[in-house]
Design a protein around this ligand. Sequence first.
Ligand SMILES: *[C@@H]1O[C@H](CO)[C@@H](O)[C@H](O)[C@H]1NC(C)=O
Length: 239
Amino acid sequence: MTRQLFTVLLLAAFPLQTCCFSSTSTGSSNKIPITLADEVDTAQAFALSSFPIQPDDLIQRAKQVLAPDVGIGTKDGGKCLADDFEFCAAVVGPIKKDAYLNALGTFKLEDSFDIHQNLFGFTVSPIQPNRVYWFSHANATLVADFAGAKVENVKEPLVFPPQCFHMDFDANGLVTEFGFYTVDRQYGNTGGLGGAFGFFYGVGKPLPIREAKPFKPSFKFRLIQWVGRMGEKLQKNKT
Ligand SMILES: *[C@@H]1O[C@H](CO)[C@@H](O)[C@H](O)[C@H]1NC(C)=O
């Protein structure tokens, strides 16, 4: 069970969809971009950074690692991973390199689902110049029975909340950390759950642990909100 859990959480493959639209000019080229006072001067940050791999090259490197033939270490025997690699997602992890690689191959989500990862927005953090961020807006259609869920009973595709991924590299371009977090729990039909939890929940077979259930505020938090609302009411009644 734990092994399987790990496996599905690691999402063995992230097929990259290369798709190109030629951008039509909207006449915005002569507009001066807005720079907020609180924005990081990324050019300066990267110029001051001692990390040897330039942002554009680091993004290329991340895409190489994500490509199906490497599969974040799952298809290249872990060659792209540093020895101190850790997988760490919102709920699961940190998991060390050996455990990460050993957890693979038990069963694969892509055997049961037609998955569109819909990746976009690759960027390098000016604060951590060895880190690439990107998003997914994934959806998945059940094509073979999964976790006791029958294909004929799950007609609607699973639509996942957007998720933010990160991948850290060492100076040699080896991955030192990989993980992802859900960034909008109201979107989609997987209860706001990302990663493997979303697949189980989405087909109606949620895993029996609190972390694999949709967010629910604690009793204390609801109490605080109720007290706040009562306070507002009392204020209104006074005025
Ligand atoms: C899933 O993603 C694919 C590829 O971007 C898209 O064509 C399709 O409309 C999406 N399906 C749903 C239900 O969002």
